[in-house]
Design a protein around this ligand. Structure first.
Ligand code: PEP
Ligand code: MN
Length: 264
C-alpha cells in the first residue's frame, strides 16, 4: 500500500488526548432509542455514534435491523448532538444509501470481510470516498483474508482507513464469545503500522463484565481506539443484550482505563 501515512489522517485530525471511542447500540431499534442513547453520549469522550441498521444475524428468525429508515434517525443524531455517525454496510445498495444520508463512518462486518466478492463490491461502490472506512476482522482466524480486504479498499483510493479487531470464532468453547487471538492483531499492526487499530471488546467478550479487562489489554498493546456497544437498557436490547453497557458504565470504563502515552 502506497502513502500509508495518509490512512490515519482522519484519526490524527481529531486531535484526541485519549483513545478514539465509537459507541452506541448494537442495533438501531426505534427513533426514540437511537436519540436517547445519542443524547446520553453527547458530552462524553465518544467521537462516533454507531448503530447497526442492517444486522447480519448468523441464524434467521432474529431481528434483522430496521433498514434504511434508521439512516434518517442517524442524521437526526448528528443534527441534534453533533456526534459523527457510523453504521455497517454489507453490499453496494447499503453503501449508496449510507452515502446519500451522509453517514461519516462505514464499517465492513466480520461476516462480510470473509467474502472477497462482497469486499470488492463495497470497495467499488466507495471508490475515492472521503468517508472513514473500517474493516472488521473476518469471522475466522485468517489474517490474509483481513489483509486482502484492506488492500482491496486501499486500491479503491479510499484514504481514511482503519481496522476493527472483534475476535475470532473457534469450535472449542472459551470464556470469550470470539477469541481475541491478539497475535493476529499484532501481526497486522506490524504489517501496516500506520493503519488505525480499534478494538471491539463487546463482540470479543459477549459479556459486559469482561469489557474493561479486554479494553485495557488492547490499550496496553497500543490500540488506537475502542468500539463499545452501549444501550440505556442493555438487558432489553433487541440484539447482543448480554454485552451492551449503559452510557454511564461506558463513561466509568473510560475513566478507569489506564491510557498509554507516547512517552510511557
Ligand atoms: C456489530 O458490530 O454489531 C456486528 C454485527 O459485529 P461483527 O460483524 O463483529 O459480528
Ligand atoms: Mn452487536
Amino acid at each position: 500500500m502506497e502513502n500509508k501515512k495518509e490512512l490515519r489522517t482522519w484519526l490524527d485530525d481529531l486531535q484526541l488526548d485519549h483513545p478514539l471511542v465509537i459507541a452506541g447500540p448494537c442495533s438501531a431499534e426505534t427513533e426514540e432509542q437511537v436519540l436517547k442513547i445519542a443524547h446520553d453520549l453527547k458530552d462524553t469522550d465518544v467521537s462516533y455514534y454507531r448503530a447497526g441498521i442492517w444486522k447480519p444475524r448468523t441464524r434467521p428468525g432474529n431481528f434483522e435491523g430496521v433498514g434504511a429508515l434508521g439512516l434518517k434517525w442517524l442524521q437526526k443524531v448528528k443534527k441534534e448532538t453533533g456526534l459523527k455517525t457510523a453504521t455497517e454496510v454489507a453490499n453496494r445498495a447499503h453503501v449508496e444509501l449510507a452515502l446519500e444520508h451522509d453517514i461519516d463512518l462505514l464499517w465492513i462486518g466480520a461476516r462480510s470481510t470473509v467474502s472477497p466478492f462482497i469486499v470488492q463490491e463495497i470497495a467499488d461502490a466507495l471508490k475515492g470516498t472521503d468517508k472513514v472506512v473500517l474493516v472488521k476482522n473476518p469471522v475466522n482466524p485468517d489474517l490474509p483474508l483481513w489483509l486482502g480486504a484492506i488492500e482491496r479498499l486501499a486500491s479503491a483510493d479510499i484514504k481514511k482507513l482503519g481496522v476493527i479487531h472483534r475476535g475470532f470464532s473457534t469450535y472449542e468453547k472459551t470464556k470469550y464469545r470470539n477469541n481475541p487471538e491478539w497475535q493476529l492483531a499484532i501481526e497486522l499492526q506490524t504489517k501496516f503500522p500506520d493503519l488505525p487499530l480499534i478494538n471491539d471488546p463487546s463482540h470479543i467478550t459477549g459479556k459486559r463484565d469482561m469489557i474493561f479487562d479486554v479494553s485495557q489489554t488492547a490499550l496496553d498493546l497500543n490500540f488506537d481506539g475502542l468500539m463499545i456497544e452501549t444501550h440505556f437498557d442493555p438487558d432489553n436490547a433487541w440484539s447482543d443484550a448480554a454485552q451492551q453497557v449503559t452510557p454511564s458504565s461506558l463513561v466509568q470504563i473510560m475513566k478507569d482505563l489506564r491510557i498509554r502515552k507516547e512517552t510511557d
